[in-house]
Design a protein around this ligand. Structure first.
Ligand code: OGA
Ligand code: NI
Length: 355
């Protein structure tokens, strides 16, 4: 039974598995034109050493001697970058390693076995693709497995891979660990923004969480395709773990794409659209994209932490205080429906919510 809240997210037009397509391409000329994106190599990419993604030490955020200093760093990271690397986050290595190993195993299964967990019609949960809304739209070079992990009653366990055998346990454990990290970060973010903690905890009550596992196959025309089109995340806070050592995440910074080089064991955190709106634009939901490697597959796991579906999302009164509200107020249910009904297209949806 698919939980009704998932069906309300909308659906995506069925397109072939990119993993299977990639495996069948003998010659670069055979990459179908629907995947070829001139902008992939046209847009400028920042070179090494131009600037550095902020690194936030979670253990210092919690330490009575260092928390103030580290919280200030966190504030600047959220305001200036919208992205940061999170180290010493306390998620046990074991929880991360088991999750990674099971994801790699899942994607090695034959297509038919993966399809046992495919998205059902009119739903976005499960194995497949999202954001395909028209038959002539360009396509991303990626497959994904999207699962609602929290609150518990929203889980559609039938769509959670039963192979490898440990997958469900690994994901439950990973989800719980990440939820705790996100909850602490959200508390500190509320504090940094000068919001009463209850206000944030009501909006993010029960810590709704969805996990998207991204699988990016190699492509012989790697610099002409995109893994994920430029987008912002429709979440409050996203925590991303790169599963293998292949890099590919780019974030928009001062008009060019800035390649992220994850530190070993770090989580890449980013502010999503919801916190940008709640903070009246003080914190930024920054555009990002992923690129493809010519020889190696890339995998990542994004944990999205969002508000309760029935919450109203608009700039918070304590932040606006006499100045202008920059965004409309919208229920999260409506927001997320709009998010999934259009293709990934930079900041287009966010711009449409601006006053
Ligand atoms: C996402 C995302 C980046 C990555 O899933 O929203 O931006 O590195 N992923 O896979
Ligand atoms: Ni993203």
């Amino acid at each position: 039974m698919v939980n009704p809240s998932v069906q309300r997210l909308g659906s995506s037009i069925d397109v072939p598995s990119v993993q299977s397509l990639a495996a069948s391409i003998a010659n670069p000329a055979h990459v179908p034109p629907r995947y070829v994106r001139p902008e992939a190599k046209a847009d400028p990419v920042a070179s090494d050493g131009e600037s550095e993604l902020p690194v936030i030490d979670f253990s210092r955020l919690l330490h009575h001697r260092f928390s103030r200093e580290e919280s200030t760093k966190l504030h600047h990271a959220c305001a200036d970058w919208g992205f940061f690397q999170l180290i010493n986050h306390g998620v046990p290595d074991d929880a991360m390693e088991k999750m990674k190993a099971d994801i790699v195993e899942f994607f090695k299964l034959p297509l038919e076995e993966k399809k046992a967990f495919a998205q059902l019609p009119n739903s976005l949960e499960g194995y497949g693709q999202a954001f395909v809304v028209s038959d002539d739209q360009k396509l991303d070079w990626a497959d994904m497995l999207y699962l609602i992990t929290r609150p518990h009653q929203s889980r559609n366990i039938d769509l959670w891979p039963a192979q490898p055998l440990t997958f469900r346990d690994s994901l439950s454990c990973y989800s719980m660990e990440l939820k705790s990290v996100a909850a602490t970060l959200l508390e500190l973010i509320a504090k940094n923004l000068g919001i009463a903690p209850e206000e944030f905890s009501t909006i993010f009550q029960d810590q709704p969480q969805g996990v998207r596992i991204n699988y990016y196959p190699p492509c012989p025309r790697a610099d002409e395709v995109l893994g994920l089109s430029p987008h912002t995340d429709g979440s409050g806070l996203t925590l991303l773990l790169q599963v293998n050592d292949v890099e590919g995440l780019h974030i928009k910074k001062g008009g060019s794409w800035f390649p992220v080089k994850p530190l070993p064991g770090a989580l890449i955190a980013n502010i999503g659209d919801i916190i940008e709106i709640l903070s009246n634009g003080v914190y930024k939901s920054v555009e990002h994209r992923t690129i493809i490697n010519a020889k190696e597959e890339r995998l990542s796991i994004a944990a999205f932490h969002g508000p309760r579906e029935d919450s109203m999302i608009g700039p918070l009164a304590e932040i606006v205080k006499g100045c202008e509200s920059k965004y409309v107020s919208i229920s999260y249910g409506e927001f997320i429906k709009a998010y999934f009904s259009v293709k990934l297209d930079g900041r287009r949806l966010m711009d449409s919510l601006k006053l």
